[in-house]
Design a protein around this ligand. Structure first.
Ligand code: 1PR
Length: 535
């Protein structure tokens, strides 16, 4: 390959940059990895997808001599694209684990979003930009949304205004992108922003002459509500991985053979949902609680193949816990998660193990730092850790009958009960635990979860709508984003959950698998109802 088709990538090894690699390859480029500071100085174009924490990144850059090389490269106005932390590191300092000094090329400090004014932190999801100057690479963006996931941000000021090319609004107005000459950086993730993101990367990679010019005129928007397609995956009785779908978590057909319901092939369906406009795709390896996922190479293959062609966030869950295999080899939950990230996941989700961690935390009041939840969020950031809750509704006569948070239900129970609590379960709903969804949600937020995927066993596969009581209870209890799940059967169910609760996203499975309502129809309905979505 000629140097024209090579992109130099600065991956200092702190996390997952597979998505960026996949997007670069998809656009027809080869990747040369930076090994030494000289590789930076010799690059013809350099992409720096910052991942992990600011302090750790600066330590590595300083120790390896890369910080100095980066500054020299950027000061010479060589083609550069920083992504996410790759933007933040250009500033003078960050409050993250700090203050910590940054590269100091752009005046200003990086601070944490303030969640006290009702905006959930991390900022996760799709926003439109307010484009403030000719950015070059944002020319196709216009009013379209791009994908953000971060808790820290840089703010525009008089001192850095010559750099700022777009801003975004999320509680504060913060810097979404910078540009000076050939130097670009973006706070959002172009590699996860669907077509519009790929066009941003394309404009950075290809010589200007090949691209037509369409000056951008984006206007900042509210955070879009997300629509997520979920694929429950397991091996069928022949051993092939299939997308399945339960009826209140029972995934076997009502026939004599009781075979595992088969709704399609995971990689193909994920690609289809991406093309149909899903804002994210989730895979739940639903037998991961009993089959060790690293023994489950097919699942890792599914992630690898999917991430090559799906440029929106991918979440994978199932089986994230410590494990000792038949040969006595011990794996930590962090190793399991790392393998998922390396295979292309952007976020992992933890079910059963988070229940045990929350129970222990509530019992002792001590954060040991050793639970899977704490370890993975420390290394990969809390935005990469979702906790999946599988609650079942339990009706009670009086709120004082149980020690768990109860609510007054909208529809009475079978014996006229007016109250209910939501009992957490483990092992795919097979075992109820002595903890409520409300208690769990608050505990896991404290332990470092960045998002909650809120299922409901009673509603799963019923197509009668989300459990609004439950979603309201949990989305009001925490300040991290909550994904409502289970029960979608019509486009109206999506608008209902967004209108009546503070959910940030709605996830569905059966309605999409059975092709009852396409994702695009759901989005158009939401738009018509005045709800901001990415179209
Ligand atoms: O406990 O960490 O190994 O994780 C296991 C994961 O697998 C959990 O996230 C758990 O929710 C999931 N899971 C386990 N068993 C099942 C099952 O169905 N038998 N699936 C299962 C969870 C619920 C949703 C479903 C929505 C929407 N499925 O993912 O997609 O309810 O469905 P709908 O729109 O058709 O109503 P661990």
């Amino acid at each position: 390959s000629t140097s024209d088709s090579v992109v130099t990538l600065l991956d200092y090894g702190a996390g997952n940059v597979r998505s960026v690699r996949n997007a670069i390859k998809h656009l027809g480029f080869d990747i040369k990895d930076v090994q030494t500071p000289e590789d930076i100085l010799n690059a013809s174009r350099l992409i720096f997808p910052g991942v992990g924490a600011f302090g750790n990144a600066m330590d590595v850059l300083n120790k390896t001599g890369m910080a100095e090389a980066l500054c020299a490269y950027i000061e010479k106005d060589r083609p550069f694209l920083g992504i996410c932390l790759g933007l933040q590191l250009l500033f003078e300092s960050s409050e993250e684990n700090g203050p910590v000094k940054g590269l100091g090329l752009i005046p200003g400090t990086v601070g944490r979003f303030d969640s006290s004014n009702g905006f959930r932190v991390p900022h996760i999801g799709w926003n439109a930009l307010h484009i403030t100057k000719d950015s070059g690479i944002l020319d196709d963006v216009g009013k379209r949304h791009v994908y953000f996931v971060h808790s820290y941000r840089a703010m525009p000021s008089d001192n850095n205004k010559e750099w700022v090319s777009s801003t975004c609004n999320y509680g504060d107005t913060f810097i979404a992108s910078i540009r000076r000459g050939n130097v670009h950086a973006v706070q959002f993730h172009p590699e996860k922003s669907g077509d519009v993101g790929l066009s941003i990367l394309r404009r950075f990679l290809y010589p200007k002459s090949q691209m037509t010019k369409k000056p951008g005129e984006g206007k900042a928007s509210k955070l879009a509500q997300r629509v997520i397609a979920c694929l429950d995956v397991r091996a069928n009785d022949k051993g092939d991985l299939v997308v399945t779908k339960g009826d209140q978590y029972d995934v076997r057909e009502n026939t004599n053979e009781k075979e595992v319901r088969n709704l399609g092939k995971p990689v193909e369906l994920a690609r289809q949902y991406y093309l149909d406009g899903a804002d994210e795709v989730s895979f739940l390896n639903i037998t991961g609680f009993r089959d060790f996922p690293l023994g489950d190479l097919p699942m890792l293959q599914v992630l690898k193949y999917t991430s090559e062609n799906v440029f929106v966030p991918l979440t994978v869950g199932g089986g994230i816990r410590d494990f000792t295999d038949a040969n006595g080899r011990h794996y930590t939950s962090l190793q399991v998660a790392s393998e998922y990230f390396r295979s292309g996941a952007d976020k992992i989700s933890i079910g059963s193990d988070a229940v045990y961690a929350a129970e222990e935390y509530l019992r002792t009041g001590v954060k040991t730092g050793k639970t899977s939840l704490e370890q993975i969020s420390r290394v990969y950031g809390n935005q990469a850790v979702v906790v999946s809750i599988d609650p079942r509704r339990v009706y009670v006569k009086n709120p004082t009958d149980v020690q768990f948070k109860t609510i007054r239900v909208s529809n009475r129970g079978p014996n006229g009960e007016e109250y209910a609590w939501y009992q957490c379960t483990v092992n795919g709903g097979r075992e109820g635990r002595p903890i409520g969804a409300y208690e769990l949600a608050k505990a896991v937020e404290e332990l470092g979860a960045g998002e909650i995927l809120l299922n409901c066993i009673d509603c799963d596969g019923q197509g009668k709508g989300f459990d609004i009581d439950l979603v309201k209870l949990i989305s009001d209890a925490v300040s991290i984003p909550v994904i409502a799940s289970s029960g979608a059967g019509a486009a109206e169910h999506f608008s209902e959950v967004f209108a009546k609760t503070n959910a940030s996203a709605a996830l569905a499975a059966g309605i999409f698998h059975r092709k009852e309502v396409p994702i695009q129809t759901v989005k158009e309905h939401l738009l018509k109802e005045g709800i901001e979505v990415r179209i």
